[in-house]
Design a protein around this ligand. Structure first.
Ligand SMILES: *Cc1c(COP(=O)(O)O)cnc(C)c1O
Length: 359
């Protein structure tokens, strides 16, 4: 089966991990600090705080921003469940917002003025244009799980030019992997300190106190990344430009081959000044469920991104869940084709020919 996404690991990635296994630190140590510094270089953010997953990064961001019971968090309905679950972890209400069908991203014009926070998801790797956000909610968190290496006219995604914090995921299907892992970038030293405390049980240390002494001034979790994972992440980040270029080339080939094909709607492209991260290549077709079965039967591991959040138990009565016509229309037609740096030209040709034959 040709998967829809897959990690790219070279011998130097493996060597970086083995070097940590031979060192004194296994969990959070010098390799995590090095990874965070590499993330700051790439995103141009002042601070990066590594986390055990992208989900932990989202939870931590909303928690340290003071979002809790009684607060409302606006989230697009077309995203992975973790984007909305983060609001529920802190006891906040979720307000699901419809997408703009021309970008598949949240329609920022529909973010309710009463929302206390927004989780802006860069769907498929196309950055949300946050300049259109009027009446900015108190807290803006970017869910950039799909968008490392993408850019807006303000610079790299993760620089937090129009947000408070930006969350990344390093799950193997994402553009850069640590096995499991995530990070938050921010330009606020207060948020960075709170995020570090949150990922380490809420423990706070006063440098004047004896080494054994600490306080628990907030409820935290064990959301640490290991040095084993961080070493892999630093090695992977060094190849980010290559990964993005390879993904862009695969996307371009799909566009050329499928663009004129009736019955296929290609994914939205980045507009002037933006760079797409091409995490996914989600086309829209009419008989999606049949195309899904036929492609899987032909050995092509397509996937659906996503079952929209309001169709899950626990979210069906979420605020906004009855006002999602564009999400519903897209969700029934979306299907993601294979895209990852090591997808061979022959395998991509097979995907294209199979699609052309089936539709
Ligand atoms: C993958 C993903 C997450 C969660 O990341 P994990 O590292 O798997 O916890 C959150 N949001 C979106 C949009 C994702 O695709």
């Amino acid at each position: 089966m040709i998967p829809y996404g897959k990690q790219t690991l070279d011998d130097d990635d493996i060597a970086a991990v083995v070097a940590v296994l031979r060192s004194d630190f296994l969990t959070q140590g010098p390799a995590v600090a090095e990874f965070e510094s590499a993330l700051c270089d790439i995103t141009e953010a002042r601070y990066a705080v590594a986390m055990s997953s992208g989900t932990a990064a989202l939870h931590a961001s909303l928690a340290v921003a003071g979002i809790g019971p009684g607060a409302t968090v606006a989230v697009p309905a077309l995203t992975f469940a973790a984007s909305s679950n983060a609001a529920r972890y802190v006891g906040a209400d979720v307000h699901l917002v419809d997408i703009d069908p021309s970008t598949l991203n949240i329609d920022v014009g529909l973010v309710p003025p009463t929302a206390d926070a927004l989780v802006a998801v860069h769907f498929a790797g196309l950055p949300v244009d946050l300049t259109g956000l009027t009446g900015r909610p108190g807290v803006v968190v970017e869910d950039a799980a799909h968008a490392i290496g993408a850019r807006t006219p303000d610079g790299p995604v993760g620089n937090c030019a129009r947000s408070d914090m930006c969350c990344f995921s390093f799950h193997p299907v994402k553009t850069v992997t640590t096995g499991e892992g995530g990070a938050v970038t921010t330009n606020s030293s207060a948020y960075a300190d709170a995020l570090r405390q949150f990922r380490h049980h809420g423990i706070a240390k006063n440098p004047q106190d004896p080494f054994w002494k600490y306080e628990l001034s907030m409820l935290g979790y064990n959301y640490r990344l290991t040095d084993i994972q961080a070493a892999l992440g630093t090695s992977q980040l060094a190849k980010l430009d290559r990964f993005i270029a390879a993904r862009a080339q695969i996307a371009e080939r799909y566009r050329e081959a499928l663009g004129s094909k009736a019955g296929i709607e290609l994914p939205p492209e980045a507009s002037e000044g933006f760079r797409h991260g091409h995490h996914l290549f989600p086309i829209r077709v009419d008989d999606r469920d049949r195309a899904f079965d036929d492609l899987r039967s032909a050995g092509i591991g397509v996937q659906v991104h996503y079952v929209p959040t309001h169709r899950f138990a626990g979210f069906e009565h979420a605020l906004g869940s009855t006002e999602l016509p564009h999400t519903d229309a897209a969700a029934d037609r979306l299907i993601s084709l294979p895209i990852f740096p090591t997808l061979s030209a022959a395998d991509q040709s097979y995907v294209i020919e199979t699609l052309q034959r089936l539709l």
